[in-house]
Every structure is written in structure tokens, then in C-alpha cells.
Design a protein around this ligand. Structure first.
Ligand SMILES: Cc1ncc(COP(=O)(O)O)c(C=O)c1O
Length: 394
């Protein structure tokens, strides 16, 4: 087997299971707020299209995807990010969700013939980035996102020797878990660095449509560059999992310059992950339609309202700018807090230290728990009231 498999660490949920394994709770009454899975209902129009075109499951889909789907991607990108030009034949490619897309993109990108290939990753981070870098034989360099900087990743302090070896810098905006959103100036700064040191900027924007309805939408990397330029360093990942509550559909897409898309198309032809034709039809509808996304946002507004008011004893508690988590600073060790909450109330949250690594003598997830604000109102109220109670006791 590939020796890099030995370097893959367990997923955060493995450590969570271990942590809670000694507590005997009734699993049927458990309120699990540890997983970032949408609970809102997927749009029925998309589900109907899957049924209506089920005869097309007999056909092999292409890696490039159908024209109508690529057109939907481009129309959405134009309206969501205000970009003027993008070519549905040259700049987009379907992926089976951003997890698969990012993982395989990293395998296809890292050039091990160069000295010390390095992937720069925000810390805390979505575990897949690290595993993908490990499997691609790359070194990792972590950039802390600390509370004192409002969770802005500290990109300005990346040493020059790391930038010289860097082949890929990963961004996640809105961030899982902190909810921090990167602004246009930061995107520009990072794209300039990418030009200067010749690396790609991989922007995971799967939460880009989840933000407070009355606020401006978080900017995307595409707003700071021209993706149709051949030397563009931007590679952006989008997904229907959160936007449309279609996590099980496994549908997303990549945007990049023509030459990167051509290379990825070749890679993906061998990789062999395609979207079935019914999935493409449902996906095209979901990218074209904005009303279900606006409704989704209003639902999250209500969920956060309930969550924030239940956390009445937490000082200065606020909804983060994007995503659907609360990154809660707890008054004790995060693992102790999660265990105690589970013992006392049968509510599960994810200790933040499982989502980060120790870097520059600090684990930026330590002392935080991640709470997914995805469930229906009654569950959020009950679970967050329990979180508030444990918060006042520890
Ligand atoms: C930051 C981040 N990126 C990517 C993904 C994967 O999403 P998808 O369902 O599009 O594969 C997730 C899922 O939770 C995530 O939190």
C-alpha cells in the first residue's frame, strides 16, 4: 500500500466517538450538533427532476458534463459574483461535491519533481485539505486563525522560504469552523503572492450562500481576478450541498483558467468520478434557481436567532459572518466541555482542538467547540439551552 496512508490521521469524529464512548446515553434521545449536514428540506423541483429522468441512469455521463449544466454554473457565477466573462467550455468542470473535487485536485496539482512541494492550509481547517496534501506527498504549512485577529488567517506572516516552496495555498471562505469571510483586499494580496511565488490559490467556497439575509454576501475569489486569463492563479470550488440542502446528491464544480481545466479534465477522465445525467439536470435547476436559496437563508436567520438567544449567558455572542456554525469559546478545556455537555444533556458538539493542529505552540481550536446550527427550531432551542447551562457551570 502507499506509505502515505500511514501518515493519514483519524477524522475528528473518530476522536469524538472515543471521547464520549464511556458515557452511556440513550442514542435515540441524542441531539447531535457536531456534524455540518444541512437539515432543511432539499428543493422538490430538483428531486422531481431526478425521478423524471431516471431512465438516463442507463447512460455513462462524461467527465466534462453537459453543456446546459456548464451554462448554469457560469450564469450563477456571473450573477452571484458579478463577473463579466467566463466560458462554459473552458473555465468550469463538474465535481462530485467539493470534498472529492478538492481531494483529487490536490493529487493532480502537486509536482513532486520540485523541491519540497508545500501546501499552505488555514488552521483550524477542514480535514480533507491535510489528508489530500499527505497523499500527494506534499509538506503542509499551517496559518493560524486566532480569536485576537477575529479569526482572520495570519497570511502576512508566512515566511519567504515557505512561499518559495508553496505550490498550493488553500482558502476556506466562509470558514468552517470559524465563519470568517475573506475580503477582496485579502484575496488580492494572496493572488499577488501567488503571482510572485508561482503557486495556485485553491478557494473552497462551499458555504458562500449561507449568510445573514440582511447582510451583503461574502465576496468570492473570482471577484478579485479574471479567470479567463491564462495565467490566473485562482481555482475555486462550489457545491450544492449547503446552498441547496443537497449534500447527498454529491454535486459541485471547479472554476479555473482554461489550461488548468484541461489538465483536470484529463485527470478526471482517469479518476472517473462523473455526475449522472439525472444529477446534472437536478443540479442545473438548483444553480439556476435563487428563490430556494433565499428561503434557505431566511431559515438559517431564524435558527441563529433561536441559538443566540438560548446562549444568554455567553458574553458578546454573535452570529458569524458566514456558514452555519457557532465557533464557541468555552470557559474550560474544549474536550472536557463537550464530554460534560454530553453527560449532562445528551447533546453532542465537536471539540475545536480536533479541527486544528498545534502550530507555533498553540492549537487555535483549543478552548472552542463547533456547533452546527442546522436543526429545526425546537432542537436548536433545547440543545443550545443545554450548552448555555453547561457553559455557566464549568
Ligand atoms: C469546508 C468544507 N469544504 C468542503 C466540504 C465538502 O462538501 P461537499 O458536500 O461539497 O463535498 C465541507 C463539508 O462539510 C466543508 O465543511
Amino acid at each position: 500500500m502507499n506509505k502515505n496512508l500511514d501518515s493519514l490521521t483519524e477524522y475528528p469524529f473518530y476522536f469524538l466517538r472515543e471521547l464520549l464512548s464511556t458515557v452511556e446515553n440513550n442514542p435515540e434521545e441524542t441531539l447531535g450538533l457536531h456534524i455540518g449536514e444541512p437539515k432543511n428540506i432539499p428543493p422538490k423541483e430538483a428531486l422531481n427532476l431526478l425521478n423524471k429522468h431516471s431512465d438516463l441512469y442507463s447512460k455513462y455521463p462524461t467527465s466534462k458534463g453537459e453543456y446546459f449544466l456548464r451554462e448554469s454554473y457560469c450564469n450563477w457565477l456571473k450573477s452571484r459574483f458579478g463577473i463579466k466573462s467566463i466560458d462554459s467550455d473552458k473555465n468550469v468542470l463538474p465535481i462530485s461535491g467539493s470534498r472529492e473535487g478538492i481531494f483529487s485536485f490536490i493529487q493532480a496539482t502537486i509536482d513532486t519533481s520540485k523541491k519540497n512541494p508545500t501546501v499552505i492550509i488555514p488552521n483550524p481547517f477542514y480535514k480533507i485539505y491535510e489528508g489530500a496534501a499527505t497523499m500527494a506527498d506534499a509538506s503542509t504549512y499551517y496559518v493560524n486563525s486566532l480569536e485576537e485577529n477575529n479569526f482572520k488567517p495570519n497570511f502576512k506572516d508566512i515566511p519567504e522560504n515557505v512561499l518559495k516552496d508553496c505550490q498550493l495555498l488553500i482558502l476556506c471562505s466562509p470558514s468552517n469552523p470559524t465563519g470568517y469571510c475573506i475580503d477582496k483586499d485579502e484575496y488580492l494580496y494572496l493572488l499577488n503572492l501567488a503571482e510572485r511565488y508561482d503557486f495556485l490559490v485553491c478557494s473552497d467556497e462551499c458555504y458562500t450562500d449561507i449568510y445573514e439575509s440582511s447582510h451583503a454576501s461574502p465576496p468570492g475569489l473570482l471577484e478579485s481576478c479574471d479567470i479567463t486569463e491564462n495565467n490566473s492563479k485562482a481555482v475555486v470550488f462550489h457545491s450544492l450541498s449547503k446552498r441547496s440542502n443537497l449534500a447527498g446528491l454529491r454535486s459541485g464544480f471547479i472554476t479555473a483558467n482554461e489550461s488548468i481545466i484541461n489538465d483536470l479534465l484529463l485527470y478526471r477522465t482517469y479518476h472517473g468520478v462523473t455526475l449522472s445525467l439525472p444529477t446534472q439536470m437536478a443540479s442545473s435547476w438548483a444553480w439556476d434557481d435563487s428563490s430556494h436559496v433565499e428561503k434557505n437563508r431566511r431559515d438559517y436567520d431564524k435558527k441563529y436567532e433561536i441559538a443566540i438567544s438560548a446562549l444568554q449567558d455567553v458574553p458578546k455572542i454573535m452570529r458569524p459572518p458566514g456558514g452555519f456554525y457557532i465557533w464557541l469559546k468555552v470557559p474550560s478545556d474544549d474536550q472536557l466541555f463537550a464530554k460534560r455537555l454530553y453527560e449532562e444533556s445528551n447533546v453532542i458538539v465537536l471539540p475545536g482542538s480536533y479541527l486544528a493542529i498545534e502550530n507555533e505552540r498553540v492549537n487555535p481550536g483549543k478552548g472552542f467547540v463547533r456547533i452546527a446550527i442546522v436543526h429545526e427550531a425546537e432542537i436548536i432551542e433545547q440543545a443550545l439551552t443545554a450548552v448555555n447551562q453547561t457553559y455557566t457551570k464549568v
